[in-house]
Design a protein around this ligand. Sequence first.
Ligand SMILES: [Zn+2]
Length: 434
Amino acid sequence: MILAPEVETRPWEEQLALDDAAYREQLAYLLERSPFYRDKFAAAGVTDAATAGGLAAIAGLPLTEKRELRATVTPEDPIGAHLCAAPEEIVRIYSTSGTTGAPSFIPLTASDLENWVTGSARSYAASGVQPGQRVATTYNAGPFAAGAALASFDRIGLCHVPLGSGSTERLLRVIELLRPAAAVLTPSYAAYVVEWAAERGIDLPGASVERVLVAGEPGGGEPAFRAQLEAGWGARVTEAMGIGDIGVSLWGECEAQDGMHLGARGFVHAELIDPATGAARALEDGAAGELVLTHLRHRGAPLLRFRTRDHVEVRTRPCPCGRTGPRIRCVGRTDDMLIVRGVNVFPAAVREVVSAFAPAVSGHIRVRPPAPGVKQEPPLPVSVELARGADPDPALAEGIRERVRSQLVVQVRVELVPWGSLARSQYKSTLVEH
Ligand SMILES: [Zn+2]
């Protein structure tokens, strides 16, 4: 279902023209209201919106990093110098938990929240769910921005059955009794539920769920991993992706399963950069790089050229669903990336290669870099979990090693470990253990 056909099938050139006008207004708003961007632009020689130009010139402006925003937080200014709206305009504040433990805050005005839900609803509707169907969700609303996505299910016209995380038993009971047509989970949790049901003799593929919507971490778009989930659930798996500082479920995959469409089109502008140098890369078919996002109509604490740390691949060829614009697939987080003799290695890509050896393997892996930091010497140790009851076969290890070498151009040392020996996650998986 296309929730807003006039928007989602608009020729992309027309979208960019509309976005250009919105962007120029957003820039003027930032210069007027944002101490953070006033300083940042001044350092780059930009003192008024006209000098900055339009979207075509956006790559001439500086990038924004999360740590820069955090650096402006003080006890008197707990949100940071990028806050633009007056306190009485803010209707909601989400938190993110940083690695240091100090939360950072995401303030939203009423129109920000409305735009988040609008974009998120388009992204999730792309999965093929239909108004009137039931959807069981497993996100915890809590303090996190992901909670805002929950409102998009009502918006689509679905009957929303919120379950939160932490009770697989409840989820399976709800599937049995309320027979939802769709379920929303992280890819890791979706995989966990498959094993949990199989261990208890529950026929998940025969149950009511026809669509599994995954988000929250990369993986749902990896063909081999997706095939495992689809077999385990007896359902079509599509993915969605957002980033707390910019918006929830900004992107959502359609039934063609060939990358995520920008549901938040008109609200957010997407760019691609070289993660090492920050240089802009054209958003063209087959391009890859780090995703950089800019708010176009945001009021609370808008961000410009925000580095998402998500490494994506781009598709621009027409999609059979009729939605226009570039599509992306996230191949991993820049933060998880390792560099082995100059070659970038994403742990999720290693998992994808290994998953193709199912049913001999369980699909669970751990990359175990011996050195601290990003740069590693080959061979890179990888633990690969075997399928239930399988014996370690040196030929299997050699086959995996060889395919990783040929597909990812990296030397690994494969250690086969028994089924069940790598910890499962009911939220997001850890693929790397230093
Ligand atoms: Zn499509």
